[in-house]
Design a protein around this ligand. Sequence first.
Ligand code: HEC
Length: 122
Amino acid sequence: MGCLLLGAALLTGAAVRANDSEQVRLGGMLYKEHCAKCHGENGKSGPGYPHPMWGDGAQIRKFKHAQGLIEYNRLLMPFDNPGILTDEQILAVTAFVLANHGTLAQGQNLDAGNAAKVMIER
Ligand code: HEC
């Protein structure tokens, strides 16, 4: 069963992994609702932004750490309606992006206390 789930996650590219945190699960739902139409369900590219947002080729390293990415998302995303998400929702959707990028370990959460220490290293 574990292998099946992992296989499905690899096929779609976008992953809410079996033991991801509640925060990452919530972020996955928010991503689907507010981000996927431009960035693609799998984060590889979409009609509104034809570049990968996480994984190989993603540019999010330029934000240096989770805090930088949170601030960017809070100010600018969703691009067509920035400000629509609460701070808690921005944390969750950023956690989802970073979990898919491999920056957040399984079960790890983002919060105001650790965000500046979670480095985006690739
Ligand atoms: C209406 C389309 C649209 C929606 C919806 C949208 N984005 Fe974006 N996003 C863009 C565009 C366009 C850019 C590039 C902006 C620029 O270069 O100034 C971008 C850039 C980004 C980047 C920077 C990526 C990089 O490689 O530099 C991140 C991170 C991001 N978006 C996250 C999100 C998240 C999270 C959501 C949902 C909460 C979201 N976006 C919703 C259009 C969208």
